[in-house]
Design a protein around this ligand. Structure first.
Ligand code: CO
Length: 209
């Protein structure tokens, strides 16, 4: 792929945006007030804004391999804290996807070098749900289920954060778990009962005085 194509595309995009609204970029420059924080996978096929029909300014985005929310990942923790405390988003979405290479790698007996500690997060999800997963004999279905359980566990990891607990209690912020199905293009809401999930973990993870 010739990268000059990207700059041509950019020029066309600017023209399309300003044709509808000449002040488009002037207004964009004034600031952001996104409603949703999206935490998704880095996978090139899962294009956050595109698949949701979201426009610039509407979505605050964090992406990494297999949409992991790890307590000592300063990057993810900073993004979530900034979005929740300062941008005051009303929704935090953890969005996984079927056919996730990161999840697949965590299901294999293989030394992935520097990726090992990252993928360990997914192996930990597998261990926590080993009985349910091992009862699924179809490997593809077990893989899909691990993708879903990983979303759920990462959403719970979001709920373990002080700023999130405060935002849920004080202003009714919501946390969601979704999965994108690459085979069909469909976005699926796993309908996680985050209030119940939060109540379940508060005994151990409450950070407010
Ligand atoms: Co992925």
């Amino acid at each position: 792929m010739d990268l000059s194509k990207i700059f041509e595309n950019n020029e066309k995009w600017i023209q399309a945006k300003t044709a509808d609204d000449p002040a488009y970029f002037e207004n964009l420059n004034k600031g952001q007030k996104p409603n949703v924080l999206y935490i998704g996978c880095s996978d090139s096929r899962v294009t956050a804004e595109d698949l949701m029909g979201m426009q610039p300014g509407e979505l605050f985005v964090h992406r990494n391999v297999a949409n992991i929310v790890n307590a000592i990942d300063l990057n993810a923790q900073s993004v979530i804290n900034y979005a929740v405390k300062y941008l005051e988003v009303n929704h935090v979405v953890v969005c996984g996807h079927y056919s996730c290479g990161g999840v697949k790698a965590a299901m294999e007996s293989k030394d992935m070098g520097i990726l090992n500690p990252w993928l360990r997060n997914i192996r930990d999800v597998y261990r926590a749900h080993k009985d349910e997963l091992n009862a699924i004999t179809d490997e593809q279905k077990r893989y899909d289920r691990l993708v879903e359980l990983n979303v759920k566990e990462q959403a719970i990891n979001v709920l373990k954060m002080a700023a999130v607990q405060r935002a849920v209690r004080k202003r009714g912020m919501q946390v969601h778990g979704w999965v994108f199905d690459i085979k069909t293009g469909k976005l699926i809401d796993l309908k996680i009962d985050f209030q119940k999930a939060l109540a379940d973990i508060m005994e151990i993870y409450r950070l407010e005085d």
